[in-house]
Design a protein around this ligand. Structure first.
Ligand code: CP
Length: 307
């Protein structure tokens, strides 16, 4: 399929997600070579525009672009002219004037990637906009489930935790549902979105009840940086009700998988020992993220270039 931007999982639909999964298989093979590099994006330039902190997403996009032989430019908000009051639009137009083919953007405000796409001709990739979407996280999670369980269709996925503030939850629900998974959201009422109208999910407030009938338990971090009010009595009470502890892992089917987008808060939503179990795929998710982001960059910038 032909796409100019990746702003939402809805830009891809099931067909586009499948195409990214297939391309990712190729880039996993490339990544395993002694010299993991192909010339697919030679002559293209990719810039990161991260107005919010990141470890995994920014570094894996950088790794992905380098493995595709693209040139890269790193924009550091803290040392840029944003500190002198330059607007987002002027910043983006300035970067585009230097000659870029793709901007990978993370911003605290929902919708910013759409605004940028309306201002410039380069491709825009949403690397997380506020509470709204994080499409490449959803793609790497689909790829990880497909790799370990053979596919996403028909799998029962429980997404547990701070769904209200989670862009990962929003993109993952769209992606998992598009591929035919059954999604259950598990959270206290205060950590669910105010309305779930139109969400293709069921809801539970009882984690112990859900654990015995899921193939994947997908944990979310408590996003305290986005909370403007007290939504929980204490973190200890949250962990007592919704943390994945060793006792709760015993309720899972022996083949059920544990996933988390990172960064983890060990001891809150996941215990340290559960995070390090073989069934915990947190590190594999990160590994797959590089190949998935190679696939996304190739889909947007490399069409017509042979691998
Ligand atoms: N999962 C994720 O987006 O991690 P970072 O915030 O480290 O990029």
């Amino acid at each position: 399929m032909t796409v100019s931007h990746l702003l939402s999982i809805a830009d891809l639909g099931a067909e586009g997600i499948d195409e990214v999964m297939g391309l990712t298989d190729s880039f996993v093979e490339v990544s395993a070579r002694p010299i993991p590099r192909v010339p697919a994006l030679r002559g293209k330039t990719v810039v990161w525009l991260f107005y919010e902190d990141s470890t995994r997403t920014r570094l894996s996009f950088e790794q992905a672009a380098k493995r595709l032989s693209a040139d890269t430019m790193n924009f550091n908000v803290a040392t840029s002219s944003v500190r002198k009051g330059e607007s987002l639009r002027d910043t983006v137009l300035t970067i585009e004037a230097m000659g870029v083919d793709a901007i990978v953007v993370r911003h605290a405000s929902a919708g910013v990637p759409w605004q940028i796409a309306s201002w410039i001709g380069a491709s825009v990739i949403n690397a997380g906009d506020g509470w709204h979407e994080h499409p490449t996280q959803a793609l790497l999670d689909c790829y990880t489930i497909r790799k370990h369980l053979g596919g996403v269709s028909g799998r029962r996925v429980a997404i547990v935790g701070d769904i209200r503030h989670s862009r990962v939850a929003r993109s993952n629900v769209l992606a998992f549902a598009a591929l035919g998974a059954e999604v259950t959201l598990v959270a206290p009422p205060t950590l669910l979105p105010p309305s779930l109208t139109g969400w293709p999910v069921t809801v539970s407030h009882d984690l112990d009840d859900v654990l015995g009938r899921c193939d994947v338990v997908y944990l979310l971090r408590m996003q305290r940086e986005r909370m403007t009010e007290a939504l929980l009595p204490t973190l200890r009470e949250y962990t007592a009700g919704y943390g994945l502890t060793a006792r709760r892992v015993d309720l899972l089917d022996e083949k059920a998988l544990v996933m988390h987008p990172g960064p983890m808060n060990r001891g809150v939503e996941i215990s340290a020992e559960v995070a390090d179990l073989p069934r915990s795929l947190v590190v594999d998710q990160v590994r797959n993220g590089v190949a998935v982001r190679m696939a996304v960059l190739y889909l947007l910038l490399g069409s017509g270039v042979a691998l």
